[in-house]
Design a protein around this ligand. Structure first.
Ligand code: AMP
Length: 193
């Protein structure tokens, strides 16, 4: 079973219209810190990202932010992070976050969150790294994505060999447990017809 030193968390740069999402993100940061797991994230101090970092820092956790120069100059960087790495662009940011983390979790979010989520899933699928990915399905937010993924399995667009790369759960501890046990493919396995 895998253990995780650092998990990259992708989540909204916006605040949700309901405060409980902010509380959830703070709780995730806090729980990761309590478990001794460092947080790697996009380095922002806004939205759910800011709540996540705040929760982890308040509980004494390690928080590493990786932010592109452009967002830093827009003054969106979180100087309170344990470490804030400033990188030239989005591509370098995503690669660096993937390098620093041994697993990835998406919380509720929008375009940016989904883009980051699917990129690391495909990197595991293609064997660029061998790291599990999880979606924290808070309050049923990701039910439509679960339905889409299930439909893609049924239609054969996501092959059985790569099915366990992405796990879903509404509970963080259970999600980490599933990710620790997930069967991750060798590229050759999923390339089989
Ligand atoms: P979104 O879900 O569209 O709000 O995008 C959030 C994701 O994109 C985060 O995980 C970040 O890595 C990145 N991102 C988007 N906007 C910002 C921002 N203002 N500051 C830092 N990172 C951001």
């Amino acid at each position: 079973m895998r253990s995780f030193q650092r998990v990259a968390v992708y989540c909204a740069s916006a605040d949700a219209t309901v405060p409980r999402y902010g509380e959830m993100a703070r709780g995730v940061g806090r729980r990761l810190a309590e478990r001794g797991i460092g947080v790697v994230y996009g380095g922002g101090r806004v939205g759910l990202m800011g709540c996540l970092a705040e929760g982890a820092l308040a509980a004494g956790g390690e928080v590493i932010g990786v932010i592109p120069e452009r967002l830093m100059t827009l003054e969106l960087g979180n100087e309170r992070s344990t470490r804030l790495e400033i990188v030239p662009d989005m591509h370098r940011r995503k690669a660096r976050m993937a390098e620093l983390a041994d697993a990835f979790i998406a919380l509720p979010g929008g375009w940016g969150t989904w883009e980051e989520l699917f990129e690391v899933v495909t990197w595991t699928q293609l064997g660029y790294h061998k790291k599990p990915v999880g979606v924290l399905d808070h309050d049923g937010f990701y039910a439509p994505l679960r339905a889409l993924v299930s439909s893609a399995f049924d239609q054969g667009f996501v092959r059985p060999a790569v099915q366990e790369i992405l796990s879903f759960d509404e509970d963080l501890d259970r999600l980490l447990e599933t990710m620790a046990r997930a069967w991750l493919p060798d590229v050759e396995a999923w390339l089989q017809p």
